[in-house]
Design a protein around this ligand. Sequence first.
Ligand code: PEP
Ligand code: MG
Length: 779
Amino acid sequence: MVIIKDGSGKIIVGASMKEVPNILWLEEIRKEDISSVGGKGASLGEMASIGLPVPGAFVVTAQAFRRFLVETGLEKKLFAAYNNLDVENNEALEKAADAAKAFVLKAKMPVKIRDEIRAAYKRMDNGSLIVAVRSSATAEDLPDASFAGQQETYLNIKGEAALVEAVQKCWASLYGARAIYYRAKQGFDDHTVNIAVVVQQLVHSEKAGVMFTSHPITGEPLTIIEGSWGLGEAVVSGSVSPDKYVFDQRTEKVVDTLVSNKKVEIIADGDHGTKLVDVSPARQDAQVLGTEEVAKLAMYGKIAENHYGIPQDVEWGIVAGTFYILQSRPITTIGSRKEAKGMTGQAQNAKILVQGQGAAPGIASGRVVIIRDVKDTGSVKEGDILVTRMTNPDMVPAMRKVAAIVTDEGGMTCHAAIVSRELGTPAVVGTKTATNVLKNGQLVTVDGEKGHIYEGVIAASAPEAKAAAATQAVIGHAPIITATSVKVNVSIPEAAARAAATGADGVGLLRIEHLILGLNKTPGWFITNNKEEEFVRELHDGIKIVLDAFPGKTVWVRTLDAPTDEFRNMKGGENEPHEHNPMLGWRGIRRDLQSPDQFRLQVEAFKQLWKEGYENLGIMFPMVSHPDQFILGKEMMRGWGVDVEKVTLGIMIEIPSSAIMIEDFIRAGIKFASFGTNDLIQYTLAIDRNNENVADMYNPQHPAVLSLIHNAIQTCRAYNVECSICGQAGSDPKMAAWLVEHGITSISANIDAIAKIREAVARTEKRIILEAARSRDAE
Ligand code: PEP
Ligand code: MG
């Protein structure tokens, strides 16, 4: 028996534990070994033990790490570096973390441990294998999970020396500032926290994807497999529309195959990470999996499901005919996702610190960083929770980094809500007091669905969130054909691939102001500084990204609609007028018609795109209140050389006057109309959409709003003009059902809502058909 004591003589490893070696092979590991191999190691071992083809791996145990600390005499020095540390003092925390990490990195690894790691690596394919080296921290009372993502992973490691170095780097990452802070706040004693390191063969899949071992919503014995070329990351992240296969376990037959056009794949980038590349034209439309491969994957899925007792969400890969099962975890279905296990149990007892409107779904935990001025966004780190009065376009770079966003102000259609939904970042808006109640550095959990901010870390683990995303992706591709088109809204070009991966029938609204505001200079600045070409190029390039993501599908681009206050912080913003109520002010088409240069530059970008053959580009005028505005806009475009009778021009219905006068707009030549309910509701009910004090009166189903919509739909139908919706109300399944019943032609929803809207539309259409058939029978 090995007895290992820490510097103070306390027994760390020994009497109470079995003698654990420095290295454990996957085949030896069971889930009970979690305190030696961490959660990752234990789950891989469990999968291998039931016969799933898991890539080869060994684990450098937590005990090896502890022996390293003890035998190098590092413990005393290491913890002295941060005894009595005030973790709220950022500077001191970073300093202490750097010192602790340096101690671990500089220490000489005991020869026995080093040689055992080398020997184990050599045993794997003669020591020339490329491996992934992943940290997995453990603590006696909480062996894994809560430390997820705090320590490092090193991919593409090759050679003994590089491996030993990577293991030591993983050990050092136990003392990263974020990790120390996190443990201190959670009440863990760092003296007893250990780290295991998983060393696993890196699988460079030729084809890969995800699999649901049963139908994620109905639970039917249907295995749903999505697959594409290259690494599975492309499917999980939604960068590609994968093939889809449905295997019926009862008949053991493939009952549905949907082959998609797979434009890109993610592959290994030499020895360093991965890269996204174009798929060769010949493989783009080629089927990824044959019938036998589907059946074999389904069989592995069944093994996992039977073992764990519940349907699994599995990641798989295939290289040169060899199958690998990379991950298996319980499916978090759309229906139960909100009540994800890890969350509910703890959430019931957790303290709600503040609440607001759940504006972008998802659950995330992290450290609060309060931003009172955009100049301070430099302090925002990856994984933080951004808390601010209201986000601005110039905050988007910081918004990209954070795990969740919380604002004092705003409603479901404010800037923070729109951008968060597109970034896929959970957000809660309109909390009124978050910037006062929450404290910098505090650990919180944000539930972007319920609108709650809880004290402490109680979020579902990252794999669950990923599983939810994958579930969403699969359901997004379900071959539900609807007569009513289901389109998607896009505001930032980087969301175009995710938007396209939903399988949407086109883009019903591309808001270009987010693109322009992101340039951080007003259109006026470009004009007065003779930089018109640059402005046109930026606009052209941004729109092109979206058009390219939707080949052959219509993309309605809306001309600029930014209220004057949103321009103020930008270069050139000093010349913006101060308006009493910017929502009722100089925005939308009314500003473009009075600022011909600004309008002309936008039209210039559209013209270039039409010239390049993007016939799917349609243009939509926002904030029209009278048909004369449409006519004038059209004539100005004609004057700049646009063949206005040929291209597709339409309007947003955002002001009650345009709903009431829709027939006159149709006579003026609009080819389509789309309800901008975010504004239509605020202008019909006199409720500022961004004012949380009156948010409870902002009612999309107010009879007056519904009556305006109903009448406009009927008129459009009578004239055979496409009638759509792109306001937030279109992302609500109940409203979508109502709109279908009332005859709308298409619905454009947020990326995250496409699957549920498509389902609501399909269900409503079927009900209408059924009821019609029944009443015919009854006659
Ligand atoms: C709307 O008003 O419903 C709309 C989609 O436009 P925005 O939210 O950009 O004002
Ligand atoms: Mg609007």
